[in-house]
Ligand binder design. Sequence first.
Ligand SMILES: C[S@@+](CC[C@H](N)C(=O)[O-])C[C@H]1O[C@@H](n2cnc3c(N)ncnc32)[C@H](O)[C@@H]1O
Length: 192
Amino acid sequence: MSNNQIVDRLKNFVLRPRVDLWMWSSLKLGDGENIFRFMLSKCNFIHNALEIGTFLGMSSALIAEYADMVHTLDMHYYDNEFRNVLWEYLGVNKKIVFHPFSANKQKMKIIKDNGPYDFVFIDGSHLAEAVALDFSLVYDVPKILMHDYGLDWADITEFVDKVATDGYNGNKYDLCVKVPFALLTRRMNDGN
Ligand SMILES: C[S@@+](CC[C@H](N)C(=O)[O-])C[C@H]1O[C@@H](n2cnc3c(N)ncnc32)[C@H](O)[C@@H]1O
């Protein structure tokens, strides 16, 4: 497909029926994207990234600019074609693998099979139980970026604050906040 064809298709997707979905992506342009990029730039060199919660693939595309490879997973497909066209248009399609799943067992296997990771972006379900499950699967990853911290999602904010204060499973973390993102950096060789 030529670049022009890709752009045409992307315009069709953006401007026609998918506009409602597209509008939901808080990272598409402006401040959301800028703060996300700021947090990504604090992660140095990312070799293998994991994303929990793909949606339309906007954050996956941004992560791919800072990483060699991105594994992203979601329990809904939304619009595969839109996502593929977007990733192709942005020139990151070869770096991203989308993994759909329907059950937690499957999700755990995908995460295990494609690791280890040096960065994870947690942006799936924002409810306490799911946030706790997602974190339990990736707590050893050196850089853990949480979305929607410090906004109306109390479960996320409370969970992050607790992990930053108490640690998790023997790990301790440094917290860097730029609302709506919270970056947890695992401390190395720190028994305190
Ligand atoms: C806020 S959206 C992700 C937005 C995307 N990261 C972006 O910024 O472009 C949350 C996504 O998580 C998915 N999701 C919901 N529950 C999930 C779960 N338990 N595990 C993984 N993904 C989940 C939803 O289907 C939805 O696509």
